[in-house]
Design a binder for this molecule. Structure first.
Ligand SMILES: *[C@@H]1O[C@H](CO)[C@@H](O)[C@H](O)[C@H]1NC(C)=O
Length: 180
């Protein structure tokens, strides 16, 4: 307990010190930035919290989209497309364009689960169950089948949003929190 307290104290001290040094050299003090990600079933977004005003602004990606489709696509050569770019090529690449991945996160299915079997039929891409009953996607690539868990699809979307935010604030984000 006292250990973690001093860790927090240390972090604030370092931040203040960095601000002080920056001031000494006439540089603007470093501003801590806090971002939040909403990973949604159909759309996802990322916002920056402004500590001074208490406001959050939603950041647009490089296509100007603040609401990014939660879609990840693979080209047969393994290239990855996210969001609007993935949606735009969905029709000609349905087997490799994954959407609705969040629906499968954290769930365990019986092989004869009716809802799962109905969903499996509905999707143009291949959804399978592993030995533990967790869903995964099988994506045919030139190099062979790529197996991907829904959590991995989520993390590709989070990475995309994180990069959009980093471009916006022109610095690297060290910690990203998100809620499902
Ligand atoms: C895969 O193909 C696309 C379009 O044909 C191309 O833009 C991309 O650079 C290729 N990726 C790799 C890894 O070769």
């Amino acid at each position: 307990m006292s250990n973690s307290m001093s860790m927090i104290g240390g972090a604030i001290l370092v931040l203040l010190l960095a601000g002080y040094i920056a001031q000494q050299y006439g540089l603007p003090p470093p501003k801590p930035k806090i971002v939040g990600i909403d990973l949604g079933t159909t759309f996802s977004s990322i916002g920056i919290y402004h500590a001074v005003t208490g406001r959050t602004t939603i950041i647009a990606d490089d296509l100007g989209k603040k609401s990014v489709p939660s879609v990840v696509a693979f080209l047969s050569n393994g290239s990855v497309l996210v969001g609007t770019r993935a949606v735009d090529q969905q029709e000609k690449n349905p087997q490799r364009t994954i959407y609705d991945a969040k629906r499968f996160i954290g769930k365990v299915f019986q092989p004869d689960d009716e809802q799962f079997l109905a969903d499996k039929k509905r999707y143009p891409f291949t959804v399978l169950l592993d030995k533990e009953g967790r869903a995964y996607f099988e994506i045919p690539l030139d190099s062979g089948n790529k197996l991907l868990y829904p959590e991995e699809v989520g993390s590709i979307i989070i990475e995309y949003l994180k990069e959009a935010a980093e471009k916006h604030v022109e610095s690297k984000l060290s910690q990203v929190r998100f809620k499902y």
